[in-house]
Each structure stands twice: as C-alpha cells, then as structure tokens.
Design a protein around this ligand. Structure first.
Ligand code: PPE
Length: 306
C-alpha cells in the first residue's frame, strides 16, 4: 500500500510541505523506538469530513505518552484542532490520520528524559487495510508463533512505536505462510489480539472479546462495537479465549481503525465460514455510523469544518 501524498504535514505547530517533513538521522525515537502514535480515520459525510472519535484518540495518545513519561507539549484540545486544520488544508474528503509524538534530535543514550518531545500529524487517503475482498468475505488468520508482548515487558496499553516490532514479526510470519493476518496469544497461552486489531468471537449468540488483562490494546473500535452490540440487545462478555475457542466460533471478526470491521473466514485452516448474521449487522451499523447516518451515535463524529 504505497502512501498517497497530500500537501501538508503538521509538525510542531507548523504546516510543512509533505516532501519537507523530515527529521535528523540521530532522532532518538529512530534508534530506540521511544515514540507514541495514533491511528484515526475521517469519513465523508454530508457535512464534510468527520473524524471518528477524534478526542478519544487524542486522549489515548496522551495516556500512551504518560506511560512513557513523555510530556506532550500540546493538550488534547490543541491536537484535536491541529488535526482538523490539517484535514482542511489538505482538502481531503476522507483520510487516515497518523499523529506521532517522538523524541527528537539532541541527546543520545537510553535515558529518554532529556530529549525534546516533538509531534507531527499526517493525513492521507487510505483504502481498506485488509482488502475489499476481506471486508466482504472474510480473511484467513494464523495463530502466530510470536507471543504478544507481556505487560511487564512493555506497557502494552501504550501505542508505543517500539512495541510494534512484535506485531510486524507476527504479520510477516502470517503473510509468508500464505495467510492474511495473525492472532497473537499472550504468555499465558490465552488469545490477546491481532497485529493491529482487536478480535471478537460469536458463540451461541453472545459476543466475546479478550479482556484488557490479556494484553490487548483498549481499541476504540472495540469499544464502539461493544456499545453497538449491547444496543442491539446482544450480550457482550470480556473473557479469556483459548485458540480452540477461535476454531469453534460460530462467527469471528477483527476490529481496528485502519482495518475497520473484518470477518474471519478461517483460523489455522479451520473454517469458520462466510460472514455471519451478527458480524454483518455490526459491520452495517459501524459503516453507517462513521458516515454520519446513525443518529444514535452522532456524538462520535467530530467534523473537520465545524
Ligand atoms: N490492537 C493493536 C495492537 C492496534 O495497533 C490497534 C490499532 C488496535 C488493537 C485497534 O485499536 P483502535 O484502532 O483504537 O480500534 N492499530 C492502528 C495501527 C495500524 C497500523 O497499521 O499502523 C490502527 O488501526 O490505526
């Protein structure tokens, strides 16, 4: 998925030309993975581009920074306004939004505390993450041989750049083995999540997702899906899952900002089958919600022009 350029990237309060948005090779985060980031999407609506749960994402960026003892020089409100301004100046109808807070040039060595904290926000059009075909008919999953990072190795509640080496290893392993995406178990052997998505299974009409104590990120799409499902009268539980629970699921799907809501067609070659009724219903409401077509969830949208 080659990046589609837009005009400007927000860097520390300035709107910089896309091709000029550079950092020094001795940037601390490039060496030690000491950054935090977010992934957000804006969708086209009748009132222009609407960012889905923008404030919640920027709060999570602040929480991630807090876990790494990084003092962000911008408040949640300032980051929200900067994001809207970046969308406006680039004139995009819909886009993926990537805020990044990183430790810049100035100090080296493992103590990050003296480094300057810098922030950038880039936006670009980004199509379906796991493909149109996957969104419609489901993806093939593989349980990874890599374990999800233990919460006492890294604070997994943080979207920390360095933590994603774990996800990338699992992703590459799955792709090279002919699958679309990986599922990571934690060090206790329970299911945690996918490389950049949370996961849900449907069993006997109930929705089950691993608890945060599994090491899964507290996904904003995960939270939205739990709300939508409960409003539909579907019981939702956070429970530890074994890999066999995946194989025996009636339905299963993954959730994330980039991936959106994608059915799982099989796990380790055990067929789950075509997307089921609950999966399709939740997908339908989610896509209507992000486009501003669901009154019930209109508070989740933050308009770039308003
Ligand atoms: N788990 C992980 C590890 C994760 O990275 C994400 C988001 C999620 C769960 C779902 O969280 P949420 O987006 O709040 O529902 N992954 C982001 C990065 C993906 C990437 O390719 O980079 C995203 O979806 O934007």
């Amino acid at each position: 998925m080659a990046l589609e350029k837009t005009d400007k990237i927000w860097m520390d309060g300035e709107l910089v030309d896309w091709d000029e948005a550079r950092v020094h090779v001795l940037t601390h985060t490039l060496h030690y993975g000491s950054g935090v980031f977010e992934g957000i999407r804006a969708y086209p609506t009748k009132r222009g581009p609407a960012v889905f749960r923008l404030t919640d994402h920027m709060k999570r960026l602040h929480d991630s920074a807090h876990l790494f003892m990084m003092d962000l020089p911008y408040s949640v409100e300032e980051l929200v306004e900067a994001t809207k301004a970046t969308i406006r100046v680039n004139n995009v109808e819909s886009c993926y939004i990537r805020p990044l807070a990183y430790l810049g040039y100035g100090e080296m060595g493992l103590n990050p505390l003296p480094c300057p904290v810098q922030v950038s926000i880039a936006v670009w059009p980004w199509g379906t993450y796991l493909g149109e075909e996957g969104l419609k008919n489901g993806v093939r999953m593989k349980v990874s041989s890599w374990r999800r990072i233990d919460p006492n190795v890294n604070p997994v509640a943080a979207k920390g750049t360095g933590i994603y080496v774990n996800s990338s290893l699992a992703k590459v392993e799955a792709l090279k083995s002919g699958y679309d995406e990986a599922i990571l178990l934690n060090s206790h052997g329970f299911v945690a999540e996918c490389t950049g998505e949370n996961l849900f299974v449907v069993k006997k009409g109930r929705l089950i997702t691993p608890p945060l104590s599994s090491g899964a990120l507290e996904g904003i799409t995960r939270d939205s899906v739990m709300t939508i499902a409960r409003d539909l009268g579907i019981e939702v539980r956070e429970d530890n899952l074994l890999r066999s629970d995946l194989y025996l699921a009636d339905e299963a799907f993954l959730t994330g900002t980039a991936a959106e809501i994608v059915p799982m067609r099989s796990v380790d070659d055990r067929e789950i089958g075509p997307p089921g009724e609950i999966t399709r219903k939740i997908q339908e409401i989610y896509f209507a919600t992000v486009k501003g077509e669901e009154d019930r969830y209109k508070d989740w949208l933050e308009y770039a022009n308003g």
